[in-house]
Write a protein that binds this ligand. Structure first.
Ligand SMILES: NC(=O)c1ccc[n+]([C@@H]2O[C@H](COP(=O)([O-])OP(=O)(O)OC[C@H]3O[C@@H](n4cnc5c(N)ncnc54)[C@H](OP(=O)(O)O)[C@@H]3O)[C@@H](O)[C@H]2O)c1
Length: 291
């Protein structure tokens, strides 16, 4: 049983991570700010500790006695604001400043392990090739600060660092999933890349199970996505079938990290952590969320 303190514990993945960590026999405590976080965590069966996620002293008090700190802080804007760079400012601040404060505070508190959330869209376009964790990263756009958060976790913390590069979250409470379903009902695709490009996706419950696996795996970087990522064409065909439209015409190709082909391999985590996705998020979950 490990004492685990989680920043971002009330978000889409944080809530599920609390559940998975409890199920694995650990004792999770969520870092909250003033408001309703404490009650939400109590509803999940977790303890709460209040701290300012940008303040090292405040965080190091919250981390005292923890074996593991899990940083799941994000502030991804809603789908209808994603095209506006200004909407990403708070997320960028959380990824750059809060990730540094978390890493420094975990070090000051003598924590043994830091698990840092990142994203699989950091990789350069790989075409049809499989991309493991050693594949070249390109960052860019909204993924640049995810790489900053990774670097902060590796360089400012002195214990074991585990970086989890998640595919696109799929689930009933994922904003991008809801936006894709709404667009599909109008006959439109939200895919940014060409039809043949691979898109790493992960069902939110499976992403949370990966957080629990990260407590025990060797330190390092791990991709967390479908075992066999689907292409945009395959994802859109499954979505079209789920909403009952004939097809979703592809969009004109765009620029940016989410338009790249990223056939991400999660083999390293499957082999090191005994983790495996229970659902194929890209093609096997649309019927659940459409309902
Ligand atoms: N890989 C991916 O595809 C990916 C990754 C992350 C998020 N998303 C998507 O982004 C959307 C929003 O994510 P979300 O539901 O996880 O919630 P969120 O509102 O982005 O917040 C995530 C967590 O970070 C905390 N947080 C954010 N900014 C904070 C700050 N300044 N100070 C303290 N805590 C802060 C939140 O606490 P509070 O509850 O106190 O606000 C919450 O616990 C969802 O649709 C999700 O699926 C996707």
């Amino acid at each position: 049983m490990s004492e685990i303190v989680i920043t971002g514990s009330t978000g889409a993945i944080g809530r599920r991570a609390v559940r998975e960590l409890r199920a694995a026999g650990h004792h999770p405590t969520g870092v909250t700010r003033p408001g309703t976080g404490r009650e939400r965590l109590a509803g999940l069966g977790a303890d709460a500790v209040q701290a300012d996620v940008f303040d090292v002293a405040s965080l190091s008090r919250a981390f005292a006695g923890a074996d593991v700190v899990v940083n799941l802080l994000t502030r991804i804007p809603p789908a209808d604001r994603m095209a506006d760079p200004a909407a990403w400012a708070e997320n960028d601040r959380v990824r750059t400043e809060a990730s540094a404060a978390v890493a420094r505070a975990a070090r000051a508190a003598g924590v043994g392990r830091l698990v840092q959330e990142s994203i699989a869209f950091v990789y350069a376009d790989g075409g049809d090739a499989w991309l493991d964790e050693d594949a070249p990263v390109a960052g860019g756009g909204v993924t640049t600060t995810a790489l900053t958060a990774e670097r902060n976790a590796r360089e400012l913390f002195d214990g074991d660092t585990v970086v989890l590069r998640f595919g696109l979250f799929m689930g009933p409470d994922s904003g991008s999933t809801r936006a894709a379903v709404a667009a599909a009902r109008r006959g439109a695709s939200t895919a940014l890349g060409p039809p043949g490009a691979y898109r790493p996706t992960i069902w939110l419950d499976d992403a949370a199970a990966a957080v629990a696996a990260a407590v025990a795996v060797p330190a390092g970087t791990y991709n967390v996505a479908d075992t066999d990522p689907a292409t945009n064409a395959e994802i859109d065909a499954a979505l079209a079938a789920a909403v009952g439209v004939a097809a979703l015409p592809p969009n004109p190709p765009r620029e940016g990290p989410l338009a790249r082909s990223q056939r991400v391999s999660s083999r390293r985590l499957r082999e090191a952590g005994g983790w495996a996705p229970r659902l194929h998020a890209g093609t096997g979950t649309w019927a659940r969320v459409v309902g």
